[in-house]
Design a protein around this ligand. Structure first.
Ligand SMILES: NC(=O)c1ccc[n+]([C@@H]2O[C@H](COP(=O)([O-])OP(=O)(O)OC[C@H]3O[C@@H](n4cnc5c(N)ncnc54)[C@H](O)[C@@H]3O)[C@@H](O)[C@H]2O)c1
Length: 415
């Protein structure tokens, strides 16, 4: 039996993914509203596949609860899927992780050994240098009383269910045999390679993945800015031709080697910063990563400039922002480029902004206090705006040029 702490994108997917394979899972969630939504059989966010997996498992193999004693008493393994947001100087903030670990220790009333598994993204050396000493300070012996492991998650929002249930690799960061054996048992249902490495390497593999993706995106964005400065270059066409090279043809990695308006969402911005900060903290100032981050930080401003070039001097022009979620297929607006672009437009004096997104308008309005308003529908934004900027590549925006002759800035190079 397993307890999953934190029922966000990663935790709810993990809990339901294990439950679907016959493992009994308790899900602990700190936000009462989120917990009761899940207990009622509804998803707190949009995620295809999870909507069917939840009712299938709810009350059977999956028990969402706020009863720590019940969950921990019955679990041999505790998965931490809590947030690890930006902390000081770009470092990962581990407050939620340590809070959840303290709650776990308080709920243990027997002497049975368990395994604590960090699925949250945490920088290399977190388990070794932070978690194990944290447990030692509380008198917990590792691994005799508590195994410590990590099991990084590679899912993409919008594809959470498919990515979890059809993984291409499972990484286990482990330092003792009991933890490794328990984790291998949990993944007995998959044919994917299960790779056990030491704790630091497990954590590092996750950052290697995210920083390499960020690198491709920033490289593509820098190339698009250079093309823009030179002028007369069809950037979308050029990248599509690059992808015809057969070395780019397998898999979907080429989607990351494509320009847009900067990476956003919950992972790439904070993880690139956290890795850079951790390496810098031990005396390694990574220049490529530094520039990847700087390039991305400059993208909202650069994108706003492209939009302003098309808008002209008249600050009353009505700019239609098409797309608010950080990526297609998701309603997540955390660190969404659209938010930063609207802020940059506002700062330049453009406040007559109307936005539309098929799924993310409600979340965006809660999250961002900016000068803009939302349109009721796609047709309304097309009617109201004097010009458009595509900021999320929703396929529905592919027909914008058939709908209107007004200027369109294709910030995602999708047309
Ligand atoms: N979202 C992704 O695409 C993705 C992909 C891979 C890895 N990750 C990593 O996984 C982790 C979680 O990401 P997420 O997007 O699922 O975050 P999230 O914010 O959607 O979910 C985290 C949940 O943990 C809950 N929580 C925090 N402290 C708690 C506690 N003490 N007890 C119970 N619940 C608690 C929060 O209320 C929240 O619902 C992060 O470290 C992230 O970097 C995310």
């Amino acid at each position: 039996m397993v307890t999953v702490v934190g029922l966000g994108f990663v935790g709810l997917t993990t809990a339901l993914g294990f439950a679907d394979h016959g493992i009994k899972v308790y899900g602990l969630e700190a936000m009462p509203e989120r917990l009761s939504t899940i207990q009622g059989g509804k998803l707190p966010f949009m995620e295809p596949g999870l909507d069917e997996a939840l009712p299938r498992n709810l009350g059977k193999n999956f028990i969402p609860t706020d009863d720590w004693d019940l969950a921990i008493a019955n679990s041999e393994c505790v998965y931490y899927c809590v947030g690890t947001p930006y902390g000081e100087d770009g470092q990962a903030d581990l407050t939620y992780l340590f809070g959840a670990m303290d709650q776990t220790l308080a709920a243990i009333h027997d002497g049975k050994p368990r395994v604590m598994v960090v699925k949250s993204t945490v920088p290399p050396s977190t388990c070794e240098k932070r978690v194990i000493p944290f447990l030692a300070e509380r008198g917990v012996k590792v691994p005799e009383q508590m195994g410590v492991a990590n099991n990084p998650e590679f899912l993409r929002e919008g594809h959470c269910w498919d990515d979890f249930t059809q993984p291409d690799r499972i990484v286990l960061g482990v330092s003792d045999e009991r933890s490794e054996a328990m984790l291998r048992k949990l993944y007995a249902w998959t044919d994917a390679p299960v790779i056990a490495v030491n704790l630091n390497t497990g954590e590092y593999i996750k950052y290697l993945s995210n920083t390499s993706l960020a690198c491709l995106i920033s490289f593509s964005n820098e190339m698009s800015l250079a093309a823009d400065a030179i002028g007369g270059i069809d950037v979308a066409k050029a990248f599509r031709v690059l992808h015809m090279d057969k070395r780019w043809q397998t898999g979907t990695i080429r989607a990351y080697c494509y320009p847009g308006c900067g990476y956003g969402g919950y992972c790439l911005p904070k993880d690139t910063n956290a890795f850079y900060a951790v390496a810098k903290g031990v005396g390694f100032d990574g220049q490529i990563l530094k520039n990847v981050i700087d390039t991305n930080d400059a993208m909202p401003e650069a994108t706003a400039k492209r939009i302003i070039r098309a808008a002209g001097e008249d600050k009353d022009v009505c700019i239609g922002i098409l797309g608010l979620s950080f990526n297609v297929g998701s309603d997540d607006v955390r660190d969404a480029p659209s938010g930063r672009i609207i802020r940059a437009l506002n700062e330049a004096g453009y406040k007559n902004i109307v936005a539309y997104d098929p799924v993310a308008m409600e979340g965006f309005q809660r999250f961002y206090k900016l000068d803009y308003h939302c349109a009721a529908g796609y047709e309304d934004v097309v009617r109201e705006a004097d010009m458009f900027a595509i900021t999320t590549a929703w396929p529905m925006f592919g027909d914008i040029k058939e709908k209107t002759d007004k200027p369109v800035v294709d910030c995602r190079y999708m047309l």
